[in-house]
Design a protein around this ligand. Sequence first.
Ligand code: NAI
Ligand code: MG
Length: 359
Amino acid sequence: HAPRTFRIAAIPADGVGPEVVAAGRTVLDALAARSGGAFAFDWTEFPWGCGYYEKTGLMMPEDGLDELADYDALYFGAVGWPSVPDHVSLWGLRLRICQNFDQWANVRPVRFHPGVVSPLRAADSTELDWVVVRENSEGEYAGLGGRNLAGRGPGNEVALQTALFTERGCERILRFAFDLARTRSEQKVSSVTKSNAQQYGMVLWDELFARVAPDYPDVATESVLVDAMSAKFVLHPEDLSVVVASNLNADILSDLGSALAGSLGLAASANLNPERRFPSMFEPVHGSAPDIAGRGVANPIGALGSAALMLDHFDLPAEAARLRAALDATTAAGVLTPDVGGSAGTDDVVGAVLDHLAG
Ligand code: NAI
Ligand code: MG
């Protein structure tokens, strides 16, 4: 029968983004080539980002979302460069895509990689295998607020940055977290807020967690404040499975989680529109890493793990497992970039992954 062809829009953007997206394309094409014609990827690359901004004053064209809307998925690198203010580059591209395509669930697995030394003392014997589920459409990143509010002169500027919590937005991400927990060996959801200090939105979140939990009697639950959770990440990593939190808190916690696993360069992420009305977007957690960009040493494992999440989304679980096994075999063999203590380049890691896929 005819091969399934997945049309993917690649948006490498800035810094190490193009380096790690190229790595992902190479590896995904190798998987397709050895699928015996079962599936294929049809790539279109969009040259958007800070370079595009320097030429046009926009991070992506006005009608860029229309151009992306019909792809099966988006494969994103990282956005940001010192030539453009970070809030302009992030809002102009990545957040614009996430918000307009209603990619309301951001899934961020955290795990130990064989052969990569974690700063956690007990790393050798401790299990670490979590998913951080980040509310990705509202919360602290709702973009509500303002500056230069009426009646305030120079020296008295006031800025408001308002977090938005809706019953619908909280409930859908909490149910998503419970559904995800049911697919895992450790069936537990840890809900993270700061409802002691933030008494409106985060209390609504806590109430919805308590309301939703009885629908999943088979799943264990706990409600933890974000400061305590950051300590728990370090002290009791074995006690977590699915961690669900608001936009800002989950952003911070997932960077902490990937650092505990060894490096930001390892961490994968999926921005999902679970209803599949819009394309979902797969990207490494890290940013554009200007300090190492262009040197061929960017760790591609986060981008390749994101490619595995894309294969899950395409309902190709065997291929996703094969790719993850090749990533584990590569790190276990000590083929590591400098951020995780090795001396391999991006291409060396990709080469080792391809060897394991072929083997
Ligand atoms: P960053 O994630 O780019 O870098 C933080 C540290 O991690 C740096 O030391 C960097 O060298 C290292 N690192 C990151 N990715 C790596 C990789 N693949 N291999 C090896 N080491 C890696 O975060 P930073 O420096 O705060 O931000 C740089 C730019 O990226 C800014 O413009 C920021 O706005 C943007 N950014 C974009 C994101 C996105 O597109 N999703 C997410 C976070 C930041
Ligand atoms: Mg982040």
